[in-house]
Design a protein around this ligand. Structure first.
Ligand SMILES: [Zn+2]
Length: 118
């Protein structure tokens, strides 16, 4: 079975297949962007397509911590916009539903994670 990459939401801290999450990336040059296509080079952090998770991440600065980089205030506008017009089926997912599915699979919840692409 092909194992798909698992990432942790910076809001609810539950783990999900990478493609179900919204990626926020910081390039080597220090430019941050909402990376809906998940193709941007650089460090990435992930968040559910849920306003609740965005609010938590905003409050706890957990995206910044995962990225080890500060984010401009208007990144939140882009994040909210990406969630509002989510081009994928991800919008139908909720953290609870996926959490339940994962619990059924006996998969453990993990620590906040980030990835690096170069
Ligand atoms: Zn979440």
């Amino acid at each position: 079975m092909l194992k798909q990459p698992i990432r942790t939401c910076a809001g609810c801290r539950a783990e999900f297949p990478q493609k179900q999450l919204l990626r926020i990336a910081v390039s080597a040059a220090g430019e941050s962007a909402v990376d809906v296509a998940q193709t941007m080079q650089g460090r990435g952090a992930y968040i559910c397509f849920r306003n609740e998770c965005v609010e938590i991440a905003k409050k706890r600065h957990s995206l910044q911590r995962a990225l080890k980089h500060s984010l401009p205030a208007d990144i939140w506008i882009d994040i909210n916009r990406a969630i509002a017009d989510c081009p994928t089926e991800n919008k139908n997912f909720t953290c609870e539903l996926i959490k339940e599915a994962r619990a059924a699979d006996g998969l453990p919840e993990g620590e906040l994670s980030a990835d690096k692409r170069e």
